[in-house]
Design a protein around this ligand. Structure first.
Ligand code: ATP
Ligand code: MG
Length: 644
């Protein structure tokens, strides 16, 4: 048989051999979707059905595009384009620009926040870094969802967005941002896509030339397409249908940014003549890992029809997934590093091991622990902790803060407030990542104080320098540290899923939003399915060494931890234990579950400046010892019964 078809199962082969036209592969993780599309491109090229140069294969991240190129090279396909949507659009736009728009060429905008800031400033709106980042993410969501400024309020309400400012303000900033960009001939990433689609939609000659050049389209990870990317894809296709898409609705992890699995699931309806293939055999992972993945996704709520795919493991048996609970995060990181040392000693290559976490700020503890063990590592999709811009800026501020009395963590917190550490966490996205990184510094200060009670700011700065020094120089071969988002599509022999506590996975701001919680669950599914053989899941009950154990393991682990596991027994006792130890808000007395709130001693949404006298009156009233509660008009409590 043809060498290209040999390593494929019958369903994969059906997709590879399908005649040119619409093909859709709906399948779970590790079933060979990426393998199928790369083999299809190679097969069509080898049989002379299409010239490699006429193939345009797109996906969403540079890493995933690189993975496709590597696989195509291995199949000796040369000349097919495998790139991100943005790279494809940018290349096309440069070529067509003189004809469709003319005049001087655009520049790519690389300082979006600054332009959003100028737009906000002109309107007299707040320009703190956090506020601007939230506004920029909201504008990005709107553009990726093809929502104009005018349509924004209705669309945001319909999508039930948790918006960072009144809708009218966002509209005005969005309009201002667009105007400033146009004045300066700047395009952002979404503009590249918008202009590309418009160039083909509005200009028949350009469309004809393009469609003559590219004849066969392939999309990997199609479950994460945004309406804007879909519009570009439709413009590329025109009225043709030579399109192969592959995806897994259970791996949609960018819906917060406008992505949706709908086009994938609706593909067979849109193209009734499409060859539709469902793959179930999982070639990546051992049956033990596959069964854990099936369990994780089994509990997902609101799964659309077409996403209920079960995985059937094909590999030989392997070790059972390991669940481990730790007292604190440093202990967790240390244990992970020791296990990795053992794997390395057993002959597993460092490049076959990954530590995956929810937010990049979690990497610091693991960078440190690996450095202590002398294990090389690389941080994927994010800079090393001490190289991040906000951390470098924070360290400069801390060094120049001079002598400040009163506790170290409070001093650190107040200095960091100047570089963006707000009391309340920003809603999400990169702003949240930066906030988490800054908060990690405060936690390091707490850790230092618990070890050295009289540590001051200079001592803390020295400690940070030592830690930064201890981190390894960049390496290309090493243990991978990556966020779950950055790990999509990749695979390793051993995967450590760390920090599985409520508030981190699911992330705290997803609470109360069912759709957001489900996206968090899919992230765990993506994480588990990255492992070929070993998967370790761990969590720690306290952040800092010796800290209060107020954290709970991730709600997604209930039902997954084996009944005879010590952590399962702890879980069964949890309600009772919690009753005794539940921390409550000093302002509204609500139970505090979120780490940041516990640290503050109040809900993050409760006011920080309520005076003690008022609190005493409040407690009296709550306890039924006062009939009336008089509070100043500005005090708003989070407890619904207490809104003043
Ligand atoms: P994801 O959803 O995570 O992107 P995927 O469906 O794209 O996964 P691939 O990465 O293509 O899956 O394949 C997973 C692993 O299984 C790869 O190592 C691939 O080489 C291997 N594989 C796929 N199909 C087969 C097969 N028929 N025989 C042997 N190995 C296979
Ligand atoms: Mg894939």
């Amino acid at each position: 048989m043809d060498a290209l078809l040999e390593g494929l199962d019958p369903e994969q082969r059906a997709a590879v051999e399908a005649p040119r036209g619409p093909v859709c592969v709906l399948a779970g993780a590790g079933t060979g979707k990426t393998r199928t599309i790369t083999h299809r491109i190679a097969y069509l090229a080898q049989r002379g059905h299409v010239a490699p140069g006429q193939v345009l294969a797109v996906t969403f991240t540079k890493r995933a595009a690189g993975e496709m190129r590597t696989r195509l090279r291995a199949l000796e396909v040369h000349g097919a384009q495998a790139v991100t949507f943005h790279a494809a659009a940018s290349r096309q736009l440069r070529y067509f620009w003189p004809r469709v728009i003319g005049g001087s060429r655009w520049e790519l905008l690389d300082h979006k926040i600054r332009i959003v800031g100028r737009a906000a400033q002109r309107l007299g709106l707040p320009t703190e870094a956090e506020a601007l980042r939230d506004l920029a993410s909201e504008i990005e969501w709107a553009k990726a969802s093809l929502i104009t400024p005018e349509d924004y309020p209705a669309a945001a309400a319909k999508a039930q967005r948790d918006i960072p400012a009144p809708a009218e303000q966002i509209v005005r900033v969005y309009q201002g941002y667009e105007a400033l960009k146009a004045e300066a001939q700047l395009l952002d990433f979404d503009d590249l896509l918008l202009h590309t689609a418009a160039a083909l939609e509005d200009n028949a000659e350009v469309a004809e030339e393009f469609r003559d050049r590219y004849r066969c389209f392939v999309v990997d990870e199609y479950q994460d397409v945004t309406p804007l990317q879909q519009r570009v894809l439709d413009a590329w296709l025109g009225n043709r249908d030579d399109l192969t898409v592959v995806g897994d609705a259970n791996q949609t992890i960018y819906s917060f940014a406008g992505a949706s699995p709908r086009p994938l699931l609706d593909f067979p309806r849109r193209f009734p003549e499409a060859v539709v293939v469902r793959l179930e055999r999982d070639y990546r992972s051992t049956p033990q890992v596959v069964s854990l993945a099936n369990e994780v996704i089994k509990w997902a709520r609101g799964r659309p029809a077409g996403s209920r795919l079960r995985l059937i493991g094909q590999r030989p048996d392997g070790p059972t997934p390991l669940f481990t609970e730790f007292d604190d995060e440093p202990a967790e990181a240390d244990a992970v590093a020791r296990r990795i040392r053992k794997l390395l000693d057993d002959g597993v290559a460092a490049s076959e091991i990954a530590i995956l976490y929810r937010v990049n700020a979690q990497s610091e503890a693991y960078e440190q622990a690996l450095a202590e063990q002398g294990i090389p590592y690389l941080v994927r999709g994010g800079e090393r902790f001490f190289e991040r811009a906000e951390i470098r800026q924070a360290m400069i501020s801390l060094r120049s803060a001079g002598e400040v009395p009163g506790s170290l963590p409070e001093v650190v917190r107040s200095v960091l407030a100047r570089v963006g550490l707000t009391d309340d966490p920003p809603a999400g996205g990169s702003a949240r990542e930066r906030w988490e990184s800054l908060l990690a510094l405060v936690e390091l200060a707490e850790e230092l104080v618990s070890a050295v009670p009289d540590a001051d700011l200079p001592r803390f700065c020295a400690e940070l320098d030592v830690r930064a020094e201890a981190q390894h120089p960049p390496t290309v071969e090493g243990v991978t540290l990556a966020s779950l988002h950055a790990a999509k599509g990749l695979e390793w022999d051993a995967v450590f899923l760390v920090g599985l506590v409520d508030g981190t996975l699911p992330i705290q701001y997803a609470d109360g939003d069912d759709a957001a919680i489900e996206e968090e669950r899919r992230l765990l599914y993506v994480g588990v399915t990255r492992a070929r053989v070993h998967v370790w899941l761990s969590w720690a009950l306290a952040r800092a060494a010796g800290g209060r154990k107020y954290r709970r393991r991730s709600r997604f682990l209930y039902g997954l931890v084996p009944e005879d596991h010590p952590a399962a027994r702890v879980a069964r006792r949890e309600p009772l234990q919690q009753k005794k130890a539940k921390p409550t808000c000093r302002v509204c007395a609500a139970t505090l579950l979120e780490a940041q709130a516990v640290k503050l001693g109040r809900c993050t949404s409760c006011p920080s400046d309520v005076d003690e006298e008022l609190l005493v009156r409040l407690r009296e009233w709550r306890a039924g010892r006062a009939r009336e509660l008089k509070v100043p008009a500005y005090v708003v409590f989070t407890d619904a019964t207490l809104v003043a």
